[in-house]
Design a binder for this molecule. Sequence first.
Ligand code: NAG
Ligand code: NAG
Ligand code: NAG
Ligand code: NAG
Ligand code: NAG
Ligand code: NAG
Length: 452
Amino acid sequence: MKYSSSSSSSSSSSGGKSPLTLQRTTPKIVVLLTLTFILLTILSLYFPFLWQHKGAPSSSKNSSPLSSPSSSDIVEKTGSATTSSSSTCDIFMGEWVPNPRGPYYTNKTCWAIHEHQNCMKYGRPDNEFMKWRWKPDGCELPIFNPAQFLEIVRGKSMAFVGDSVARNQMQSMICLISRIEYPIDVSYTKDERFKRWRYTTYNFTLASFWTPHLVKSAETDSNGPTHTGLFSLYLDETDENWTSQIEEFDYLIVSAGHWFFRPLVFHEYRNVVGCHYCLLPNVTDMTLFYGYRKALRTAFGAINGLKNYKGITYLRTYAPSHFENGMWNQGGNCARTRPFRSNETALEGANLEAYMIQVEEFRRAEAEGRRKGLKYRLLDTTQAMLLRPDGHPSRYGHWPHENVTLYNDCVHWCLPGPIDAWSDFLLEMLKMEGRRSRQEKLIYSDRRLRAR
Ligand SMILES: *[C@@H]1O[C@H](CO)[C@@H](O)[C@H](O)[C@H]1NC(C)=O
Ligand SMILES: *[C@@H]1O[C@H](CO)[C@@H](O)[C@H](O)[C@H]1NC(C)=O
Ligand SMILES: *[C@@H]1O[C@H](CO)[C@@H](O)[C@H](O)[C@H]1NC(C)=O
Ligand SMILES: *[C@@H]1O[C@H](CO)[C@@H](O)[C@H](O)[C@H]1NC(C)=O
Ligand SMILES: *[C@@H]1O[C@H](CO)[C@@H](O)[C@H](O)[C@H]1NC(C)=O
Ligand SMILES: *[C@@H]1O[C@H](CO)[C@@H](O)[C@H](O)[C@H]1NC(C)=O
């Protein structure tokens, strides 16, 4: 990942410091910038987090394969694609290259696409954005192979923990797998924000847990300074909606970010310690990054503290939004139809800050987890997604006449679309897991041989 280390030096190293040391009078310009950023990105998130699910049609089991490539075709094409250099190749650094074979499903073959990400239904005129694949520098990343994936996860369970972008990822995965099998709904609640799916042939369970801030939170004012709600975050308290449910899972995919840009009040030790753009008297503005770091730490702490959890924890890193030419409510939009090349943009500002905090807290959790034999992996999607301003619904997440808060959605990702590559990454990482343990076994038996 490209970043200058200096630009992260301002990050709130909240570590063991008391909140007092972080208090400072925020210069007006910072407040202004923060406000702009809030309006730009996150306010706009007001509407899209409504969980909607199109009921699975009864025909859902007839997974009609797409005409373009058959799964056996993909097995052949991608089976040997990983080169021997893959152990030294960073699969998360690279470029998007044309892929005329994409996409691998459509809104006709997959019913799992959320309304607001069904861009073709709402008249998106271009389809080039579906025809790219991620090419890491120095190696190949195979296109997701659903048959291979299902074999690897047979008898296992995977949970997506986060906000609507996490759901976006899960639905992308369901669509990619749909050429082989559709899951049945085995949810334990009618609440659409907590779904459970089961692939019966493979005894594989997928689940999603709604936790936009990862920690315990509550909306204390539905209006707030930016009319997008004011949330109280209990930074040292876990959100039991997911922490009480995940112990049995084999894979956890944790993500969060966009909701931290809204006005927040931070609580620790059951007291208000500060806030992010809450404009309340006598409450210090500590920036969103203070809360973001603490929330990640508490979430990872909860995972590391589970008695029976033995799974692999993936942190899916921040996926930047792409509003251009104005704020979300002033005509700001993402109208590009091509990816950036890596030399045309760079991770900066709040995106960089959020990313750095994620990586730092991930490393910390990984070190702590290692002592308990828990595995942590970084699903480092930030750079690839930074390069995809063309992959968002923009104004094609609803009908033109519909009165929605976020008219141009530059946060979520069209399906099919670039978020499908997250499954490419995930499968490659699962395969590396196998190679890793084979290597460990080899080293072990080698040692035993030599010891004889
Ligand atoms: C799928 O997209 C097409 C346009 O490509 C649209 O006409 C159709 O209504 C959409 N179907 C569904 C089920 O969303
Ligand atoms: C399905 O997988 C679960 C673990 O996720 C296991 O406990 C159970 O025995 C499996 N069931 C069958 C029928 O294999
Ligand atoms: C847990 O879920 C319930 C039901 O959806 C919700 O009311 C509550 O706010 C959630 N708790 C947290 C800490 O977010
Ligand atoms: C803010 O703090 C000052 C000084 O401690 C106090 O006099 C004032 O009443 C407080 N205001 C509010 C609204 O709590
Ligand atoms: C980026 O790299 C490409 C290919 O290496 C080159 O053709 C292009 O001119 C570069 N663009 C910029 C803005 O440097
Ligand atoms: C859209 O909805 C908002 C809030 O519900 C309302 O204030 C506004 O008048 C509506 N606009 C139109 C064109 O219907």
